[in-house]
Design a protein around this ligand. Structure first.
Ligand code: NAP
Length: 464
């Protein structure tokens, strides 16, 4: 029987779902899959993008682990594509490759002052609080007033992980250095800015409601933002998700609130030591700097509905004093050596997962993409499954045009990595690291304590 030797680059949900779907698919050939991952541990964004206080979403790891533990997929962790293994190597040893490398960088925001000291990308902060091995261990949390740009779930994750008291994270897998950093935070006010209105947000009801449940944090919303136009009223009436979001926001309007920079919130009450403000109809225009080049304020233009769900500027500029600012306005994919890349959209150019040559738009044989590097950073983790199905269907149908590798033997890859001095980690190694982290958490009844330094992850995984 013909055999498909398949390489998948990226062991996040996209790569693991693709492997699982292919192994279970009806097909007329055998399959053997090698999964390459640049980090020493698998699960990509579930381990390094989902916030530690979201155990329900982190639970997706259990399903992904079941796939890996079945034993029909080989894992090669701590192997960097383009350095430790190249596209040329893959062509020599496999019939095809799927890139499932996701989108882990922040989209840029081209406004004056965005280069100020204290202006960060959300992805970097997320990587820090999730203990990503390749980011610095320390994060500056010396600002009292912090801004967050964007109205998606990442903006809410960032706002929550800035406003939440560190002690309330102790039951989670938050890394020790992150707990210590958050404990020392001087934050009192977190301001989230959306360029459209409450009926046009991208975040989901569950994530919004969670903000209102934070201990010792007051939610602040502004009456003027709820002056809905017809399109917003229609959205609230016709879309269940928008209806729930509106209901949650409206409930905060009625709460005793606090005095604040915009001066139009209720001045009664407000007993919490921290506040989380939601500003709508606020398009970022400029980051003001102090003499030292640090973030001093956000200048935004007040917008208004355009009647079709969008927003137009009113020309009115407002300023909110801040000492740091996070932009959570979307992720962006990274180019991979030797693989076409669409710089505008941050994805690998493709037709339903079949990768297209850069200039000719012709399908490149043997190369496929799935997940966020295929469709861009939108949708929840579960959406990645249907994406993988589409890509896998093409791989099956393209059987006649796969690569013809020189040496498809399974031994060739470990031998190659060994020869190059790559300290790769495998599935047994992941089990060792997993058990080690769980054991570190056990004395304090914590889910786990993540090992953060890359060399330590590798050492534990390899049992060295
Ligand atoms: P997103 O949902 O696309 O939200 C991006 C936000 O940034 C939008 O509010 C957008 O406004 C705004 N924005 C974009 N460009 C802007 C600009 N130039 N100026 C001001 N605002 C701008 O992206 P995301 O938050 O990065 O999330 C990515 C995906 O991961 C989403 O599907 C999300 O649901 C998912 N996710 C889920 C969870 C969870 O389930 N808990 C957690 C994190 C992420 P417009 O709408 O006006 O364009």
């Amino acid at each position: 029987m013909t055999k498909l030797r398949l390489a998948i680059v990226g062991a996040g949900p996209a790569g693991i779902y693709a492997a699982d779907i292919l192994l279970k698919a009806e097909r007329k050939f055998d399959v053997s899959i090698d999964l390459f991952e640049q980090l020493p541990a698998p699960y990509g964004l579930v381990r390094y993008g989902v916030a530690p206080d979201h155990p329900r979403i982190k639970g997706i790891i259990n399903a992904l682990r079941d796939v890996l533990d079945r034993g029909d997929i080989r894992l090669f962790g701590n192997v960097r594509f383009g350095e430790d293994i190249t596209l040329e190597d893959l062509k020599k040893h496999y019939n095809a490759v799927i890139f499932a490398t996701g989108a882990i960088r922040d989209t840029t925001l081209d406004i004056p002052g965005i280069d100020a000291v204290g202006a960060y990308g959300a992805a970097d902060y997320v990587s820090w609080f999730d203990g990503h091995p390749d980011v610095p261990r320390e994060w500056p949390l010396d600002a009292a007033s912090v801004g967050v740009l964007g109205n998606g779930n990442v903006a809410l994750d960032v706002a929550r992980m800035l406003a939440k008291h560190a002690e309330d994270l102790l039951v989670t897998e938050v890394p020790d250095n992150v707990y210590e950093g958050l404990k020392a935070s001087e934050v009192t006010d977190v301001h989230v800015f959306g360029r459209r209105g409450p009926a046009q947000v991208k975040f989901t009801p569950l994530e919004l409601r969670e903000l209102g449940e934070l201990r010792d944090v007051d939610m602040v919303v502004y009456d003027e933002d709820f002056d809905y136009d017809e399109a917003s009223k229609d959205a609230v009436a016709s879309n269940k998700q928008v209806m729930v979001i509106d209901r949650v926001l409206q409930s905060w309007r009625k709460r005793p609130s606090v005095n604040d920079a915009r001066g139009d919130a209720d001045t009664e009450g407000g007993t919490a030591s921290r506040r989380l403000h939601l500003h709508f109809w606020a398009r970022p225009v400029e980051v003001r700097k102090d003499e030292a080049g640090r973030v001093a304020a956000l200048v935004y233009e007040r917008t208004k509905p355009d009647g079709q769900g969008g927003a137009v500027g009113t020309g009115e500029m407002r300023e909110v004093p801040l000492q740091s600012l996070y932009r959570a306005i979307g992720y962006f994919g990274s180019p991979l050596p030797g693989v076409p890349f669409d710089k505008k959209h941050g994805v690998i150019p493709n037709r339903e997962g079949q990768v297209l040559a850069k200039d000719s738009n012709q399908q490149m044989t043997g190369i496929y993409a799935t997940g966020w590097i295929k469709r861009g950073p939108v949708g929840l983790i579960g959406h990645t499954k249907s994406d993988a199905m589409e890509t896998v269907r093409h791989i099956i149908n393209d059987q006649g045009s796969w690569w013809h590798p020189e040496d498809p033997s399974e031994e060739a890859i470990p031998a190659l990595l060994q020869e190059r001095g790559v300290k790769w980690t495998d599935l047994d190694g992941w089990h060792r690291l997993d058990e080690h982290e769980i054991a570190l958490g056990a004395p304090n009844e914590r889910a786990r304590v993540k090992v953060v330094p890359r060399d330590e992850m590798v050492r534990v995984s390899r049992g060295e």
